[in-house]
Design a protein around this ligand. Structure first.
Ligand code: NAD
Ligand code: GLY
Length: 368
């Protein structure tokens, strides 16, 4: 497949290029962007052995001078220590204002590299080469960059847009299945919040839990329509003054589940799946959404191999308390994104705690 989607922004528009085998054309893609010669490629020890050499060869063939920074793999390393490593490598290699940082990896590498690029010399060029499904359809697009603080996720960061997002779907072949399923949660999210047609297309497929079960045509639609949805929303509201908040559908309860389970027992996409079930049920309880459509959403989540119940042993009152710590809290009120029909959501801070409690109690996994 080969297609291009534009992210239209007042300061700097850019393209998302989706191209099978595109990794080998990385250098050519960058040649047209007017970048300086020096590139710092940031990756991790899991992704780099698979794709590092191809990326470097392509960049060198196009005349770039490439150095690398390999950071440890994992959300626990998305911190200021890793960022310090990026800065030190940038210094060693004398990166200049015209130089470029290229992120080759999932959302963790993308978020950190973007923040490195935003802050090194007050901002140098930044390119995203996402290698997880989640990073392809979500994290690499829209310019949210940053690292975690010991007290909370993504608390240190900046809006900083890449100059290009290059997606090579072939790299998904080495992605662990669990990570693929986690990425599907964000794809289903776009179906519910924005693109009813994508939702219908996914309903027609029996299994969504591994790439080998998904027909090529549907996989193309999953990538292009998800990236288009994200590009549309970000183009309308870059800094999350309003509309962009809908991208947080499923993330309110999801973030609480993720943090209360230590970010490893339940990973981000899995938590978003659980959060979408909860948000859907809350919308039904409040009479905003039909049970039938909520059920259709939950079936898609199940077909993607994702949980629809809370992990056993998770304390419901702890989830409710944790909602207050969320970045989305405004004037003490928890903000929810709730569906009203497939493809349409609304934002509200008028959800009674008792409704949240009732829905969560209904989602408790029973030990057998
Ligand atoms: P990740 O970056 O941790 O990648 C998941 C795992 O897959 C890692 O072990 C990684 O090394 C491995 N991997 C990546 N690509 C691979 C490949 N092609 N083959 C084999 N292994 C591969 O996780 P993620 O789900 O991509 O990203 C999660 C992060 O993204 C979180 O930190 C989250 O906060 C952030 N995020 C950011 C945004 C945003 O808008 N900036 C949006 C959503 C999520
Ligand atoms: N992933 C949410 C956003 O980019 O706004």
């Amino acid at each position: 497949m080969a297609c291009t989607i534009k992210v239209n922004l007042p300061q700097q528009s850019y393209e998302i290029a989706i191209a099978t085998g595109g990794l080998d054309q990385l250098g050519d893609h960058l040649s047209g962007l007017g970048l300086g010669k020096k590139i710092l490629l940031v990756s991790n020890p899991t992704v780099f052995p698979h794709y590092g050499e191809r990326a470097i060869n392509s960049l060198q063939s196009a005349g770039f001078d490439v150095s690398t920074c390999i950071l440890p793999d994992g959300e626990q390393y998305k911190n200021l220590d890793s960022l310090q490593k990026i800065y030190s490598t940038a210094l060693e290699n004398r990166l200049e204002r015209s130089s470029t940082m290229v992120a080759l990896g999932g959302g963790v590498i993308g978020d950190m590299t973007g923040f490195g690029a935003a802050t090194w010399l007050r901002g140098i060029n930044f390119i995203q080469v996402p290698t997880t499904l989640l990073a392809m359809v979500d994290a690499s697009i829209g310019g949210k960059t940053g690292v975690n603080h010991p007290q909370g996720k993504n608390l240190i960061g900046a809006f900083y847009q890449p100059k290009l997002v290059l997606i090579d779907p072939e790299v998904l072949k080495t992605l662990p299945k669990r990570e693929f399923r986690a990425g599907m949660a964000e794809v289903i999210k776009y179906g519910v919040i924005w693109d009813g047609e994508l939702f219908h297309q996914m309903e027609e497929c029996e299994h969504l839990d591994a790439m080998e079960y998904i027909p090529l045509e549907l996989m193309d639609a999953i990538l292009t329509r998800s990236c288009q949805a994200k590009a549309d929303v970000v183009s309308k509201d870059e800094k999350e003054a309003g509309l962009r908040a809908i991208l947080n559908y499923g993330h309110t309860i999801g973030h609480a589940v993720e943090s209360l389970t230590g970010y490893t027992q339940v990973i981000h996409g899995e938590a978003v799946g659980i959060g979408m079930v909860a948000a859907g049920e809350i919308a039904v309880e409040l009479g905003m959404w039909t049970q039938e459509e909520a059920q259709r959403q939950n079936i898609l989540i199940q077909k993607a191999g994702l949980a629809t119940q809370l992990p056993a042993g998770l304390d419901i009152e702890a989830i409710i308390a944790s909602l207050q710590l969320d970045k989305k809290v405004k004037a003490g009120k928890v903000r929810f994104i709730l569906p009203t029909q497939i493809g349409v959501v609304t934002i509200t801070d008028q959800v009674p705690a008792d409704t949240i409690r009732k829905v969560l109690i209904g989602m408790v996994k029973k030990d057998r």
